[in-house]
Design a protein. Structure first.
Length: 259
């Protein structure tokens, strides 16, 4: 595994190149170009504010912010899985013609989505400052930890799905349905307090529950996440990455034949 890590590191320029290409090509040809990276989350925030302030009133204070600080991380995770599931297929010509560590493809795809999320967080912090929300410096120190753990978790799942999709092409469409259902089984649009006790075990088994809860603790409640929340997220994230990498390494041996 150490040798494999060194090889992936040796191809870091390739990863950076693929990330840059993805970020530049995302809004290629549009008038506003890269500005859409900031405009998309800003428009979403405006819509949520209008809907949940006037139409679907919830009992949660500043619900638009309650939702927004969880939605941006969820979008990163779901997009990583959805688009990442086909990242090997999308580069099949390159896979068949030249040698490079195949892990470069899921790593570069998830990294580009991660960078996009970081840019979206500029909007979140702008809103927090504009609305004069209380921000706890001690809690904000934990934010990079939560982000890294989510990145690791997303990469683990993406490695699994990108490898499986090479053999089972329908997996690309199945993951779209799964992530849609997954969102409703994650406390993105509601709090854990609203979940009935008899089905709460489902949410406890959901790794994204801990991630979303930590984000909301830091940015919405302005408090340090509970230690068990962070520890659970770290353990689950590292475990999923190891398992995902193991599955990817095993399945990548026959990528060329399947492609």
């Amino acid at each position: 595994m150490i040798g494999r890590l060194k090889e992936i590191y040796a191809y870091r320029e390739m990863i950076f190149s693929l990330v840059r290409r993805d970020l530049k090509g995302r809004y290629k040809g549009s008038v506003l170009g890269f500005l859409w990276t900031f405009l998309n989350p800003l428009f979403q925030l405006i819509v949520y504010t209008m809907v949940f302030s006037t139409i679907m009133r919830s009992g949660i204070e500043d619900y638009y912010l309650f939702l927004f600080v969880a939605l941006i991380p969820w979008i990163f995770f779901s997009t990583s899985l959805g688009g990442g599931s086909s990242c090997v297929l999308a580069q099949q010509d390159m896979v068949k013609k030249i040698y490079f560590p195949r892990e470069v493809l899921p790593v570069s795809y998830v990294t580009s989505q991660f960078v996009n999320m970081l840019l979206s967080f500029i909007v979140i912090f702008a809103v927090l400052i504009f609305t004069r929300r209380n921000m706890n410096p001690s809690a904000l120190v934990c934010l990079p930890v939560v982000m890294i753990v989510e990145y690791v978790l997303a990469l683990g799942f993406t490695m699994i799905m990108s490898a499986v999709t090479v053999y089972i092409r329908d997996a690309e469409y199945i993951i779209g349905i799964v992530t849609m259902a997954w969102q409703f089984l994650t406390p993105v649009m509601y709090s854990m307090d609203q979940v009935p006790e008899d089905i709460r075990w489902v949410f406890i088994l959901n790794p994204m529950t801990y991630i979303i809860t930590a984000y909301r603790d830091i940015l919405y409640l302005a408090q340090i996440p509970k230690l068990e929340t962070l520890v659970s997220a770290v353990i689950i994230g590292i475990t999923l990455l190891i398992v995902g990498w193991g599955i990817f390494c095993k399945l990548q041996k026959h990528f060329v034949e399947e492609l």
